[in-house]
Design a protein around this ligand. Sequence first.
Ligand code: XIL
Length: 673
Amino acid sequence: MTHPEHDRRRTMNRSVRRPLILTAAVALAAATGTAALTGWDRTTADAQEPTLHELAAAQGKYFGVAADNNEIADAAYAETLGSEFGWMTPGNAMKWDATEPQQGEFAFDRADEIVAFAEANGQKLRGHTLIWHNQTPTWVQELPADQMQAAVDEHISTVVGRYEDQLDHWDVANEVYDDSGALRDSFWLRTLGEDYIADAFHAARAADPDAKLYLNDYNIDGINAKSDAYYELVQRLLAEGVPIDGIGLQGHLIVGQIPDTVQENIQRFADLGLEVAITELDIRMELPADDAKLAQQAEDYGAVTEACMAVTECVGITLWAYSDKYSWIPSVFPGQGAALPWDENLQPKPAYQAIRDALSGSAEDVPATAIEEHGRLAVCGNNLCSEAGEPVQLKGMSTHGLQWHGDCLNDASLDALAGDWGSDIVRISMYVQEDGYETDPEGFTARVNGLVEDVTSRGMYALVDWHILTPGDPNVNLEAAKTFFAEIAETHADNPGVLYETANEPNGVSWADLKGYHEQVIPVIRERDPDSVIILGTRAWSSFGINEGSDASEIINDPVDAENVMYTFHFYAASHRETYIDAVAAASEQLPIFVTEWGTQTYTGDGENDFAMSQQWTDMMAERQISWTNWNFSDDMRSGAAFTEGTCPDGPYTGTTNLKPAGEWIRDQIRNG
Ligand code: XIL
């Protein structure tokens, strides 16, 4: 395993975090450049620590807080309220019972006061909430359908219209599902039917075309039946043209019980085109608090914050009050509390520092890319080794043929492969025949050159594969191979991330002839790029000759006359089982091996997956530090293509939504294996 999991999460965020700033002065400068900047007087800020919001804003996100009127009247409390946070949510002041207690009698004093406080402190605002089964007056609940609909329309147009210039978000519909994933049995549903949700969004959009309109709920922070229900609902409503912009995960959580799928959940909604916000974060515990619980709480706040930071579309985090002094928890969950990052005396708790750490990361926290970590690779003994001489195991994906599935290789998919998948390496498969290289040598050479750049600039190694297959004797294509590799090596000689694979799957050719081929191609590369690793196809579809009745001894006894080379082995786990695993394990004692192609199914790249056998293979390769690239990163119809057919070129390529079973399994192996 190249990175521990927590580092992997950060790797995924690499592009966002890279410009990260750690001094107060620079953080402030970065924050100043964002639209989310708050405007309070920070002229002496460069002498101070950056605030939570400044740390978040330096990474394009906000950090906010909810407040009620009594809280802004508490001067000591209001000081931090107005300075540490960049966004404000009225905790109660914009709910229906506050804004329209009697039909047609609107009351905005409380809401206005919160808005004025936020504006005085340069804070943006989230409106909360329009349609909810709680804190809505009885007069609304008792109306018949047509009158209730009219009341909703009037309420939304009046309230949203009034704050059109002040609010950036609205929680339009709050808590419309129950925990089982069924629509909540509320007076809204009973009276208006389920269209009440879509209708509320349309009304809100009509009243404020610019505010981001949100669904919002609790217990949808991780993946579960209830968040699945939202996932379905959002897809349906978006398809119907309902103007939903975001989903709010309330984040009313329990110490030690943070779902481990928060980031994945955020990502899947992001992949639907929504923005995501954590809207009401608090993490409660059984009282009394003690050091162990506070330490766990700190870890939990850090984890939730990191999950948001790791997904570009997660726009920000709001605490549901900032100190235990004003938390709603003890009144609703008897015996529980201490849920916020500041205690009742407004003193920061360990959670506060954990949030800061998660928001800022640090230069050391940003893991190196594979290329940064390992540098220019070289063979040492029978291993692939880093520039520092340490054995490394690279894990990654092979493309399918560029001539067929080139549309699966674009900025978004390569970002996903580097970030979400955590791939160390990409094998670029340049078919020679089958409508490949021979049909357009210049065009394909340019394409491979571009891909090498795209892959290595993302920190992944690029393995350039001369994908001969039929005819199986690579000597037939020798001149073309020399031309191709000369051009690639010339172009990338200074790039430490390039590896070469001279012949994909030779077949029907003797080892002597194959070896002769390698010994002619290697010097062409070495002349231009003297230090790169070159990987050599082996006989019988890169099986060390086994599939044509021989074995690795033909190579061991008569190796290719060159330094810094490795030999390929290819397998498909449902076809090539224990005897092959044993053969490769034994050969790895005597040969440097790179598995440049393998699949979890049969050798056709299709059919049933055998994940148990695949696991035996990956375990063996991990133990022996044998690097691999899996076949394949495309949306080909076969079971061995990671993505479902039709996924390319639009994606999304992150998360698991568009993955076939083999894709999901292999992504997991690369991320965590
Ligand atoms: C809470 C407030 O904080 C309390 O003051 C009030 O008595 C009840 O509501 N989900 C929501 C919030 O969307 O509006 C709720 O706020 C907490 C749960």
